[in-house]
Design a protein around this ligand. Sequence first.
Ligand SMILES: [Fe+2]
Ligand SMILES: [Fe+2]
Length: 560
Amino acid sequence: MVQELIAPESVAAELITAIPNDAAATESPPALEALRRAFGVPFAHIDGGSGEVLRPTAEMPGGDWALWGEMSREVAARGHVELIDERGPLLVLAIPLGATSARGGMTNTVAVAAFLTRSVTSSQDIQNLAASLGAEVPQVAAWCHRQTVWTADALLRLAASAQHSLIVDARNVTLSSHVDKLSDNLASTYEEITLLFRLTENLRLSDGVSELGRRALEWLFEVVPAKGLAAEFSAETRLDEIPGQHASLPDFLTFGQFPLSHAEMDDLARRVCVAQSPQPIVINHHGGNQDQWLFPQVEQLILVPLISGGKSFGYLAAVNHVSDLEFGTVEARLLGSVATILAIHCGNTVLYREQAELFSGVVRALSSAINAKDQYTCGHSDRVARVAVRLAEEMGLAQDMRRTLYLAGLLHDIGKIGVKDEVLSKPGKLTPEEYEHIKQHPVLGYSILKGLKKIEPVLPAVLHHHESWNGKGYPDGLAGEEIPLIARILAVADAFDAMGSDRPYRKGMDDENLDKILHDGAGRQWDVEVIDAFFRAREDVREIAKHERETIKLDGKVWA
Ligand SMILES: [Fe+2]
Ligand SMILES: [Fe+2]
């Protein structure tokens, strides 16, 4: 019968969490309080490891605590409720409580209390009990008088039930604490995911690294409890020189109350070797040893390097906790995730920049090759390019189209590289054969450029810039709108520059004649809409043609 009431041994282990850790040895742990309420008497608290009494019960006169302590050690080891002594009407009950905080650490403890199995009123019984407990007779008599009478079976049943209830409480405490932790984690994970989502949504190369960094700081400030944030980007991540890109913001950005200057923050970053750190660096100096710390304005700090592909592009820093607490792993992880995205963006930006520079280099080289081959028309390509862009602007065409036209202008005569020198440089009139030979240059140019993926949009202009609106041009004899728009625009810019500029063997045509030819050619050789745009922008176009440039630039701000 008694065996059925005994809690399984695993129960004692579960009770470990039954007693909150903050219960000091001098205070009655909540489990002892619960037992006192259940049994109506206070329990002594005994160390299950040493058998020492941690907290006696003032209620009990005397007692064989040496024996009961020793028995409690065994009870603690076995983990279930037991009667550990029987002296006449006196029964001593021991209930293992699992680990309880005591003496600054966690100890397996046992609750112990004595009970009577019958009413003790005779002076002989009281004297015997007093002798057995080593206590004064009057105290024992008073104690006996206060006791409720129990049976062993009832005591064990109630003890088992109380222990079970403590286990349930313990589980509730554990679950509740898990739920709290989970909820905290969920909240911070949600914040992190939201922040990262917002950032990745804004990963546009055209915005530049600094712009993304500025937004990252703004959003981080909403979720990281820091008074100030900063981001530093290395110079190579700047996009100023790349065609079509916005000018970058400064490469040191701050948000909130950031207490250090750029130079001071760089110094700090260098001292803690952030560029070599694979993990976020967390420094909490508040209340600690400040002697070695050179930045008294910085109490707490998280510093994360921006590293991608083994290259460092700067760092991200959070400074001074808003509640003067320490920064922990949650904040560090958040900064780390944002830093990863920023670093990848930096890496992509640098790659993009290198590609753009390579592309510009190729275009410049090809353009120089035409000039070198055909010295008589030096500067022609650059002027055609700029005039074509002005015409496209006048026609309200989009930025992409203008950029393509600019490149088309620079490269439209690249096929002349394959034309014989003596034909290209012949000062006088060409023979029909020579003319046929020179007419090959659009097709030759197309063949030269067609392998370059990035130049693909330019190809129709290169191939068809000598087509004529009436279908009498070359190489394909296209007519009207069969001719790609880009080629129709380029054709006008090309004719304007070819007729208007001086050549060693002839003077450039005067404005009046030139205007007449273009005017008469509208709807015959050239697209009327392009010619109309030319006449609307005529003054600008003439200015552009007069202005020579030493080097060709591919910067969107200067090509027109
Ligand atoms: Fe041409
Ligand atoms: Fe040309």
